[in-house]
Each structure stands twice: as C-alpha cells, then as structure tokens.
Design a protein around this ligand. Sequence first.
Ligand SMILES: C[S@@+](CC[C@H](N)C(=O)[O-])C[C@H]1O[C@@H](n2cnc3c(N)ncnc32)[C@H](O)[C@@H]1O
Length: 258
Amino acid sequence: MQIHHEPLTDVVRYIEKCRNIDLAEQEPHFDNLLRCIRRFRQVDGSLNMLEVGTGMGWAPIIAKQRGLRLKGLEISPLLVEAAREYGRKYGVEPDIELGNIEEADLGENVYDVIIASSVFEHVEHWKRGLRTVYRGLKPGGLLFFESTNKWSLVSGEYSRLPLYGWMPNRLRYRFRMLVQGPDIMENGIDFHQFTYPGLRRAFREIGFTRWHDRVDLSDPQVIRNPIRRIVLRICKKSALAREVVLTFFEVTTFVCEK
Ligand SMILES: C[S@@+](CC[C@H](N)C(=O)[O-])C[C@H]1O[C@@H](n2cnc3c(N)ncnc32)[C@H](O)[C@@H]1O
C-alpha cells in the first residue's frame, strides 16, 4: 500500500459521512474497547497507547479529553487533516502521525496498548503490519484487534449485500471496483475477510503468548438480551458452541498479549 496525497473517492465519501457525527455517539464504542482492555490492565494516563488507522480520530480525541495518552498512525493525509479539524470542534488537537503500518517503524517495546479497530482488513500486507505492532508492544503489552469475519451473514464492509464476505477475494474486489470506482483498491477495500481460526494461527506464528476471543472478552452479566446471555454462557462452557457461534459472528475481536 502507498500513501496517496490525492483525494481518493472512498476517503472523501467517508469524511463526508462522518464529519457531522457527534463525538458523543462514538463514546460507547470507545468504552466497549476500553472494557476489553481493562480485563487485563488498568487504563489510566500512565499507559502509552497507539491506535493504528484512526479514521476521523474519534479514539485519540476522546482519549485526550479523558486524560489518556493515545497517539494515532494513519495512512491517509486527508484523514489526518480531517481528524485534526474534527478535533478542533471539540477543543482537542489529536496526536496523529501520517504513516503506513506495513512500513512504519514504531520502535521496539514502546507501547503498553495498541488498538487496531476496523483496520487490518484494509492492510494489504497485514502480517507485515501485525509484526510491526508486535515489535512495538512492550512485553506483556496488549493488542486490541477487531476486524472482518468472513462467514458472517452481513458484513460491515458492504452491508447492502448479504453474504458479501463469502465471495472469493477477486470477485469481491471486482464488485467493489464496479460499484465504487477503481480507486477503492488504494484505500477502502477490505483486502481480507478474516476467520477466528486463521487469526489465532497468525497470532501464534507472530509470537503473541495469549489471545482472548470475543467469547472470553464478553461478560454475561452485562449482556441485556436474555437469549444472547444464554448463548454466551453456553459458549463459555462448550468449545464446539464457541466455534460455531464465532464462525458466523459479525466481527472478529481479540485482545492479544505479547
Ligand atoms: C474503517 S476506518 C476505521 C477507523 C477507526 N479505527 C474506527 O474504528 O473508527 C480504517 C482506517 O484505517 C486506515 N488505514 C488503512 N490502511 C492503513 C495502513 N496500512 N496504515 C495505517 N492506516 C491505515 C484508513 O485510512 C482508515 O482511516
């Protein structure tokens, strides 16, 4: 992947869609993400955190408002600027650097926490990016990873088409180029539709010592929907039920420990 300074169609569309969203609407997503991290580590201003792929900068902006240290790394110059402009509306200057996680040098043993939310599906050489993340984490550091799930019935990447993620990569790319223009391949395409087993293999191969999936991270006591609560309890007891439910879940979510 490359850094593109020209306005790419999907980036412009994303900014148009997101620039008027109220920051408060993004707080539950950020809280949810922090809840996953807090299962393993107290989150306060002493942690050195990084978000890869910041989009509109919601996470670094909310974090700064709360006195947390969360830097950003973002491949799109337009989005770096859009996030700064968005932050100004709330009196916050987010600390976001321009860079590509496939090539960036995050240093070694630098971060306590790295967040990659809805990003790695867009990183063409994703294992290279994941190795960079691993290297950048301190021993015992945590990666919050959330991305696509291939067998989900509906995909956030293209929710108008059921079973979108089931398509072979080449067909998916062609379809998106047809519908959204060829420059979707420069930023916006989901190069990857991940699976839980595939990701576990990759985390092991890269060197993470432990990884906790969506079932591990969810607490039945905070789930309001009674059916979901029962299903979660079953999944926590039965490995088979866990795999079946995770296969069709909307997203892949993990917290990995270095
Ligand atoms: C779908 S947005 C997600 C934004 C944010 N993380 C969120 O959850 O709202 C994906 C972001 O990742 C960025 N991105 C894609 N590939 C990247 C790469 N190789 N390095 C850094 N950022 C990347 C995109 O430009 C975009 O801002």
